[in-house]
Design a protein around this ligand. Structure first.
Ligand code: GLN
Length: 492
């Protein structure tokens, strides 16, 4: 089996038993990426030297007999969404604005994977500045869904999901502001975890919505995702919103769901736009969890329907202020030949940002202007409180919620042209970022109509992310681990 298709445990057992070396793993994964990525375009940059250097240092540890102490990701090739700084690599956020930016430092989440023994293989494609749900807004061309290359992989972390679905890597990192880990995980049929806000440091991630952004892993198994969580979670003095975390995310994966209270949300299943095949899958998943011993409860989240409206006020407002730094002087593309600063700003920002980024910036600037602020921003914050209270109330009754991740399976390139229609891709994920809870997408087989992967979303109370991982592990026992996409299964 190709190394990129192995699980973390399979890799680590083979390495510890000296069946192969970290150098061989890195070399072979790099070669496989060169072959497979032509058809997927998950990678914006392959960091072969960094991966091989890490591999050689790890092989030393194998030789010294100290490999097992390295950490949760010892010997694992890992890729990073291109909004994560890794010193010496490009961090473009898939934008012309940052095309030539080289990271002078490393993000905490990336550094934590490295100190846990990961081999950094490259930087992964995304929607520009993480604005989008399809990876079509990348300035460097889209990523193709490994299950059907005429379809989008989802977004914004489309490259991170596709690299795992195509069997190029066992683990990647992405970020999720309104659904950008969970929705692409659903479209590509892999596990994608958005931890509770504050579990993972945001330091060194190019900020989109600072009160909503959270980093998390993609993997093909729940255990691999949990191991990656063990590596990246925890307090970071460089991010004052990060929290101490001593949880072992693998600890209760074998416990089963017997006695667990799982909430289903009838209103979500009646939502306009939910496809029949996703709805049928959700009903099947609920039944199977009940058969496995879970207690099902019907839950109401009366304010969740306002989540998209609130998000498309709060998100652009935060994006507008975060993106102000890309002014062509401190950061970003600088259009040459201007005599005054005003015209330099104007031309650089007009050329550096793509249409969706410009739309968000203009929206944010309008929404925060005097007179308008009270009409939109302030009420959106009030809605945020109401949604958070809905979840707090729900979690007095249940340990975990079950919902669709996305209303439908992966769509075709160009199929959704209207921005507001694209925004509906995240109708089931956004309220979780607004409330700050944990959420994840689990692959639960293929849709009856499209034959494409469907994701079930599991939602945890804040700082009880282990609850959703426990349910996810049960779903994995029922549906099997995420398969590599059929066209990429060579060597199995
Ligand atoms: N699709 C949503 C948006 O366009 C969410 C993106 C994200 O989570 N980064 O804003």
């Amino acid at each position: 089996m190709p190394f990129g298709q192995m699980s973390v445990r399979q890799l680590q057992e083979g390495l510890a038993a000296k069946e192969f070396s970290c150098h061989e793993v890195a070399r072979s994964v790099l070669d496989a990426i060169e072959r497979a990525d032509e058809g997927v375009h998950a990678f914006l940059e392959v960091t072969a030297d960094a991966a091989l250097a890490a591999a050689d240092a790890l092989d030393e540890r194998v030789a010294q007999g100290t490999f097992v102490q390295v950490g949760a990701l010892a010997g694992v090739p890992v890729g990073y969404k291109d909004n994560m700084n890794l010193a010496g690599t490009h961090t473009t956020c898939s934008s012309n604005m940052l095309e030539s930016y080289i990271s002078p430092y490393t993000a905490t989440c990336v550094a934590k994977t490295l100190s846990a023994g990961a081999m950094p293989v490259g930087k992964l494609n995304m929607d520009e500045f993480a604005f989008g749900s399809s990876t079509e807004t990348s300035a460097f061309g889209p990523t193709f869904n490994p299950w059907d290359v005429t379809r989008v992989p989802g977004g914004s972390s489309g490259g991170s999901a596709a690299a795992v679905a195509a069997g190029m890597l066992p683990v990647t990192l992405g970020s999720d502001t309104g659904g950008s880990i969970r929705q692409p995980a659903s479209f590509c049929g892999v596990v994608g975890v958005k931890p509770t806000y504050g579990v993972v440091s945001r330091y060194g991630i190019v900020a989109f919505g600072s009160s909503l952004d959270q980093v998390g892993p993609f993997a093909r198994t729940v255990e691999d995702a949990a191991l990656a969580m063990n590596a990246i979670a925890g307090h970071d003095p460089l991010d004052c919103t990060s929290q101490p975390c001593t949880v072992d995310f693998t600890a209760n994966l074998d416990e089963g769901v017997s006695g667990m209270r799982i909430g289903v949300i009838p209103a979500f299943l009646e939502a306009e736009g939910l496809s029949a095949e996703v709805k049928a899958k959700m009903e099947e998943v609920a039944q199977k969890l009940e058969a496995a011993g879970a207690e099902l409860h019907e839950i109401e989240l009366p304010n969740a329907k306002a989540a998209i409206s609130a998000y498309y006020v709060l998100g652009p407002c935060e994006a507008f202020s975060n993106l102000a730094r890309f002014d062509s002087v401190r950061y970003g593309y600088s259009d040459p030949g201007h005599q005054d600063l005003g015209s330099q700003y104007e031309a650089s920002r007009a050329k550096g940002f793509g249409p969706e980024a410009r739309r968000r910036i203009m929206l944010g600037s309008y929404l925060l202007s005097a007179g308008v602020y009270d009409q939109y921003y302030y009420p959106a914050q009030q809605v945020r409180t109401l949604i958070t209270e809905d979840y707090t109330k729900a979690f007095q009754e249940v340990d975990c919620l079950l919902a669709p991740t996305a209303p439908r399976t992966a769509f075709k390139f160009g199929e959704i042209a209207e921005p507001t229609e694209m925004y509906l891709s995240d109708m089931f994920t956004i309220s979780i970022n607004i409330a700050g809870n944990g959420g994840m997408s689990m692959p639960v087989g293929l849709g009856a109509d499209t034959g494409l992967p469907v994701g079930a979303q599991l939602i945890s109370p804040a700082f009880a992310d282990q609850n959703m991982l426990r349910v996810a592990a049960e779903l994995e026992r029922i549906y099997g681990a995420a398969p590599v996409a059929p066209d990429f299964r060579a060597g199995e």
